[in-house]
Design a protein around this ligand. Structure first.
Ligand SMILES: *[C@@H]1O[C@H](CO)[C@@H](O)[C@H](O)[C@H]1NC(C)=O
Ligand SMILES: *[C@@H]1O[C@H](CO)[C@@H](O)[C@H](O)[C@H]1NC(C)=O
Ligand SMILES: *[C@@H]1O[C@H](CO)[C@@H](O)[C@H](O)[C@H]1NC(C)=O
Ligand SMILES: *[C@@H]1O[C@H](CO)[C@@H](O)[C@H](O)[C@H]1NC(C)=O
Ligand SMILES: *[C@@H]1O[C@H](CO)[C@@H](O)[C@H](O)[C@H]1NC(C)=O
Ligand SMILES: *[C@@H]1O[C@H](CO)[C@@H](O)[C@H](O)[C@H]1NC(C)=O
Length: 445
């Protein structure tokens, strides 16, 4: 499990959120126009314009099938652990509700990372982190969230106890879900699953279904604005560095003109002590040397990414413990300008918030980067790449492998061409999220 930092996606900028629904028609028109005007378009160019507008048609594709009953609910235990595990757990709960044709009662997430001391879990309501109405409108027809105030009879509950232990197999778990989707259980207004955190439930759903629900998770405005601040700061530093070396005078093509957003690289560096211990153990267990990467290896591979125009800012998403470690800022090749929260001067933005929100902001910064480099055994990195792959597919690109990709992702723990990191996209055809939850070196590029 990945207990690191960084989180989420958005389709409209903060200044557009309130009118997002009204804008849907505009988006559709824009899409059609773009499809007509830019037949050769590939990659992400619609996404980074002014940090805001992401054009896609996902909500249109979700309105077809719908057996979800508005007044039959599924209730799940509080969702715990790191941001990424919480997101996976949340989606797993949504997909379980979908199978039962039920509305998921908005669950509690956890603001803190303490997972042994139950009283320190700091429950935080889902809608304090993600936009509730937005979620339901984006996921309309696929999965739905309900509020406790929608319940008419709170005592009409059936409790489903999930089994556990080795003998509780995936098949038995599925059989149980099938059985409880029938009468007499099905008639109850509330089906309450008791026992384990949904992250630990057996998985029955393909990556595509997870990806659909992840797309509906949009941070509330307050946090989107914070992420905007961080991203703007990164881009501003990049712009200044490029202006200083006369970059814009030498690049008058549209790709890198001064009017465009200045690109940045985000590197999710997992090199903190407890990760190193954990990954060495994993390497031994799976007889591979492709899990742990040292600081030096990461720096070298990132430097060798082909086609990276410098100067460019490399935002280092690192655990807080590494912010005191000056050495992560040294040793990068000339032209790669390393910054973490502290050097960027945005530490106080993060410090205002509990762990979960800090991660969510960092995640957003990584998600929006022009080039992302992470570790394929990190859940955090894997989710970033999954969402980037999904966005790319939405723009009509079926493969994000190859040089023509606008916003590529890489895994630094696996050697790629020219001694660089290996290019990485999520296999959306995978039948389960296993590779993403537990890490893999199959990165389908
Ligand atoms: C983004 O757009 C807003 C409004 O259209 C504008 O005021 C702002 O300067 C833009 N920001 C950047 C970085 O281009
Ligand atoms: C859920 O709804 C679909 C479509 O209406 C229906 O085919 C299916 O049998 C329903 N399943 C359950 C468990 O109610
Ligand atoms: C609420 O549900 C309980 C349990 O199914 C049932 O006994 C009770 O009659 C219901 N109350 C109402 C007002 O429907
Ligand atoms: C581990 O991998 C190496 C090379 O990939 C191989 O030579 C060796 O036999 C493997 N060891 C085990 C125990 O599988
Ligand atoms: C719109 O969505 C459909 C179905 O998901 C997809 O096949 C199509 O390529 C998308 N169109 C564009 C322009 O993104
Ligand atoms: C996923 O499936 C589609 C259609 O079946 C296929 O075209 C594509 O190559 C597959 N992608 C991967 C990564 O296997």
């Amino acid at each position: 499990m990945d207990l690191s930092n960084c989180k989420h996606m958005r389709f409209f900028g903060p200044h557009l959120n309130s009118v997002a629904c009204k804008c849907l028609a505009l988006v559709v028109i824009a899409l059609v126009l773009r499809a007509v005007l830019l037949p050769a378009f590939s990659g992400f160019s619609g996404i980074e314009q002014n940090n805001s507008l992401v054009i896609n048609n996902r909500s249109l594709s979700l309105t077809s099938e719908s057996g979800i009953r508005k007044y039959k609910f599924l209730e799940v235990p509080q969702i715990v652990w790191g941001l990424n595990n919480q997101k996976i757990a949340f989606v797993r709960a949504c997909l379980t509700a979908r199978m039962l044709n039920r509305t998921l009662l908005m669950p509690s997430l956890s603001a803190s990372l303490f997972y042994k001391e139950i009283d320190l879990l700091e429950p935080i309501s889902f809608d304090k982190v993600f936009q509730f109405e937005r979620f339901n409108s984006l996921c309309n027809g696929f999965v739905q969230l309900g509020r406790y105030s929608d319940i008419s009879n709170r005592s009409d509950v059936f409790e489903m106890q999930k089994g556990s232990g080795r003998r509780w197999t995936v098949d038995r778990d599925l059989d149980q879900l099938r059985e409880f989707s029938k009468d007499p259980y099905d008639g109850h207004e509330i089906m309450r699953i008791v026992g384990k955190n949904p992250f630990l439930w057996h998985d029955h759903w393909p990556v595509k279904d997870y990806a659909k629900v992840f797309e509906c998770l949009v941070l509330v405005d307050e946090f989107l604005i914070e992420a905007d601040k961080v991203v703007s700061k990164i881009r501003k530093i990049g712009r200044e560095a490029r202006t200083q070396v006369g970059f814009f005078e030498n690049h008058i093509d549209s790709e890198s003109s001064i009017l465009q957003q200045v690109p940045y690289v985000a590197v999710h560096m997992r090199i903190e002590k407890d990760w190193m211990i954990h990954c060495k153990k994993m390497e031994q267990r799976s007889n591979t040397s492709e899990i742990c990467s040292s600081k030096e290896e990461i720096m070298e591979r990132v430097s060798n990414i082909k086609g990276l125009e410098t100067p460019i800012v490399a935002y280092l998403a690192v655990a807080d413990t590494l912010l005191e470690d000056k050495s992560i800022l040294n040793g990068w090749k000339a032209g790669l300008l390393p910054y973490e929260k502290k050097k960027l001067g945005v530490l106080e933005i993060y410090k205002k918030y509990p762990y979960l929100i800090q991660s969510a902001i960092d995640y957003e910064v990584c998600l929006r980067s022009n080039v992302f480099v992470g570790n394929s055994y990190s859940t955090f990195s894997s989710l970033v790449v999954l969402e980037r792959t999904q966005k790319m597919i939405r723009t009509g690109v079926s493969s994000s492998c190859g040089m023509d990709v606008r916003s590529p992702s890489y895994a630094y723990n696996i050697l790629g061409e020219s001694k660089g990191p290996h290019q990485w996209m999520t296999n959306m055809n995978d039948s389960s999220l296993r590779a993403i939850s537990y890490g893999s070196n199959h990165i389908s590029c």
